[in-house]
Design a protein around this ligand. Structure first.
Ligand code: IVH
Length: 683
């Protein structure tokens, strides 16, 4: 056993450890690179904690161990902002943008040329961070712009916020006295989706959007809950609150471009895409460039921010109302619109879940017409208080299913009717039940419910499952209506003659359908498992199960413990699988598949030669589609990722590739390969 360090030795070691841990944080969050593995960094933090436990008098508030406070706050204190936190005026097109420029040019000395600084507008919550002599002392929410809430304990848990500013020669003047960093706290889209997926799996009500979730998280009184959520901070402003006049402030931070550069050196991740622009044309190009590309950003954005770059001019141009004259927000076409709820009906899914759906007066949102929106479950309808007849805000982000954000209560006239969950299944009249008392969803427990049957068959035939062309919603309903099929197995008994009896089919379409079905009698095991529509089994879980059990008999015989031991399979999934295979009706279904000659392929290679390797495909491939590439990569044990990240091993570059992905890959040092390379790897 080694002798414990003396206090002097501990003090020296503590300083070194803190420096290295801070370096790790800076490289990871700001430079997007790793100087060591997360495990190694954790190990250093562990040693630091031990030394600090041994010598508590050596703990300082800026130590990386001091991010999470143990105590639960009773409330947040109000704090006055050093300088008012302003908002921005919005412009929606180039005409309004030009008008803005003309307005400010009129206030400028004759002949002077404006330079701008443009950045992405992040959709989060604004926060001011105060540093005193380089040490973080306070984090304050925007509040009403004059007074905000002191959320210091919470923001300290955000790793992308440095607890101490980094010292660099060039910007060391900012380490003395008061320095304030303003920016946006955001939750990444992927983390939000994962959070909601976990809530959906636990039958908990879903969060509305990343911004509200981030805001709600920052206002949690228990810091440990905040630390458990991933939040990020991106700065957009750097100030010297003690510099009382514009000239002095400008001598320290002359331009916004300078501020961003300094912020990076001090240890923040300022958006790498922010740029100086010398003309309105350049700004317009920037707007076009980001119109689609912004979907690829990890956080939500609804537009861009354009500011006059020179900070003396910026201040001199003054404030109108709540917004500086020298800056505007350019907003992209709305992803929200308002419309009326014509009715709310209940749709029964393949697992029996009864989902209230709003039928809407058709409205265009983000370029496509929306007529329906899921309301998730009864408690969501109650929580949002959505009534039939209400005017509501509908929202659509990317290609996500449209959602009702909220009703406009002020527009009610008293004729609106609250929604009442029916007691019986609208389709088969079976009494709806809750499987567990705290479930959010009511379910139709009738396995033979027609709605459930056709959705199960449609799911089984869907692209992600057996991929049988011609078995969409309408055809499936027609086949069930004519009593030709009752379940997924029955489709394999269909003959051209039988199908021809339906009005919907003619010689060619009937032949096509029957051939398409017969061609899928040996599906991959993963597709087959996914196609069974077992609750909580998504594509990746189906693949994991297939690789582990190799055939359906072994999966059917698995116990909860055995299942829960597999990486990526949790208790909820394990229970769901065991329940499914315990159901006698499902035994019959599997027996029928066998009888009709449907045999999922055994999985021979477990793990596979690409195990542990992550692939991203960008652009189009000549020899196969994306889905096919994904399937072939997965079949060899590799992981197909939808977007490039630190853990991506290969970026497969196809035709017509956007520059942004390549730039990102270059920055992350991801290996770029061609389609031919991929084919060789797969062969
Ligand atoms: S510059 C006067 N840059 O949007 C405030 N703001 O709607 C100047 N925001 O209050 C802010 N991303 O909270 C700026 N890149 C960005 C931004 C940004 C998001 C927020 C900020 C501001 C609000 C105005």
């Amino acid at each position: 056993m080694s002798t414990p360090p003396t206090k002097a030795q501990a003090a020296e070691r503590i300083i070194k450890l803190r420096e290295l841990i801070n370096d790790y944080r800076y490289h990871y969050h700001v430079l997007d690179e790793s100087i060591m593995s997360e495990a190694a960094a954790d190990s250093l933090k562990h040693e630091l904690t031990q030394l600090e436990t041994e010598y508590p008098e050596l703990i300082t508030p800026d130590s990386p161990t001091q991010r999470v406070a143990g105590a639960v706050l009773s409330k947040f204190e109000s704090v006055e902002h050093s300088q008012r936190m302003l908002s921005l005026n919005d412009v929606f097109d180039t005409e309004e943008l030009t008008a803005w420029e003309t307005r400010i040019e009129k206030l400028m000395p004759e002949g002077s040329k404006l330079e701008y600084f443009a950045d992405i507008k992040m959709d989060g919550l604004a926060c001011a961070l105060r540093y005193q002599d380089g040490v973080l002392v306070r984090g304050i929410t925007r509040g009403d712009g004059f007074v905000g809430e002191d959320v210091t304990t919470n923001i300290r848990t955000i790793e992308s916020i440095p607890l101490v500013l980094r010292s660099t020669k060039e910007y060391d003047h900012l380490l003395h006295g008061a320095t304030e960093v303003r920016g946006e706290i955001v939750m990444y889209k992927a983390d939000f989706a994962a959070l909601n997926a976990a809530r959906a799996a636990a039958d908990k009500p879903l969060y509305a959007n990343p911004r509200n979730t981030a805001a709600g998280t920052i206002r949690q009184l228990d810091t440990r809950l905040v630390a458990a959520r991933k939040l990020y901070f991106r700065p957009y402003d750097l100030r010297r609150p003690e510099a009382d006049d514009a000239a002095r402030a400008a001598s320290e931070i002359p331009t916004h471009a300078y501020a961003y550069q300094a912020l990076r050196s001090l240890g923040f991740l300022a958006n790498p895409d922010a740029k100086v622009m010398t003309s309105l044309d350049q700004i317009v190009d920037f707007i076009h460039e980001w119109e689609d590309k912004r979907q690829e950003l990890p956080f939500n954005t609804d537009g861009l921010v354009v500011k006059v770059n020179d900070r003396v001019l910026y201040e001199r141009l003054g404030v109108v109302g709540k917004a500086p004259r020298a800056a505007v927000a350019f907003k992209y076409a709305a992803e929200q619109a308002t419309t009326k709820v014509i009715d709310i009906f209940v749709s029964i899914g393949r697992t029996g879940a009864a989902t209230p759906v709003a039928m809407l007066a058709p409205v265009v949102v983000a370029g496509s017409t929306v007529q329906m929106a899921t309301l998730h479950n009864e408690s969501e309808v109650q929580r949002k208080d959505i009534r039939i007849g209400d005017t509501v805000i509908v929202h659509k982000a990317g290609d996500i299913i449209p959602e009702v954000v909220e009703p406009l209560i002020k527009l009610r006239n008293g004729t609106e009717k609250p929604f009442k969950m029916p007691e019986f299944c609208p389709d088969c009249n079976t009494r709806l039940v809750k499987l567990k008392a705290d479930d959010a969803a009511w379910r139709c427990p009738n396995e033979a419910c027609p709605s459930r049957s056709w959705k199960r068959i449609e799911h089984f035939a869907s692209k992600t499952a057996l991929d049988i062309e011609g078995l969409g919603e309408k055809n499936v309903i027609a086949l069930i209506g004519a009593d030709l099929v009752k379940d997924q197995a029955d489709i394999f008994t269909l003959t051209k003659e039988a199908v021809l009896n339906l009005d919907r089919f003619a010689e060619v379409s009937a032949t096509k359908l029957v051939t398409a079905i017969q061609a899928k009698k040996q599906p991959t095991l993963a597709r087959f498992i996914y196609g069974l529509g077992i609750r909580h089994i998504g594509v990746q879980t189906a693949i994991d199960l297939a690789n582990h059990f190799r055939n359906i008999e072994a999966l059917a015989a698995a116990t909860i413990d055995e299942l829960a031991d597999i990486e990526g399979v949790g208790e909820v999934v394990a229970e769901s699988v065991v329940e499914w295979f315990a159901e006698p009706a499902n035994h019959k279904l599997l027996a029928k598949f066998k009888q009709y000659g449907v045999e999922p392929q055994e999985v021979k290679q477990v793990g596979g030669k690409l195990s542990g390797q992550n692939f991203v495909v960008t652009g189009s491939l000549e020899s196969m589609g994306r889905e096919q590439a994904a399937e072939r990569i997965r079949a060899l044990g590799g992981t197909f990722q939808s977007s490039i990240g630190k853990d991506t091993d290969y970026l497969v570059v196809g035709a017509n590739v956007g520059a942004s992905k390549l730039a990102k890959a270059a920055k992350l040092g991801t290996k770029q390969i061609t389609e031919t390379d991929l084919l060789e790897i797969l062969s």
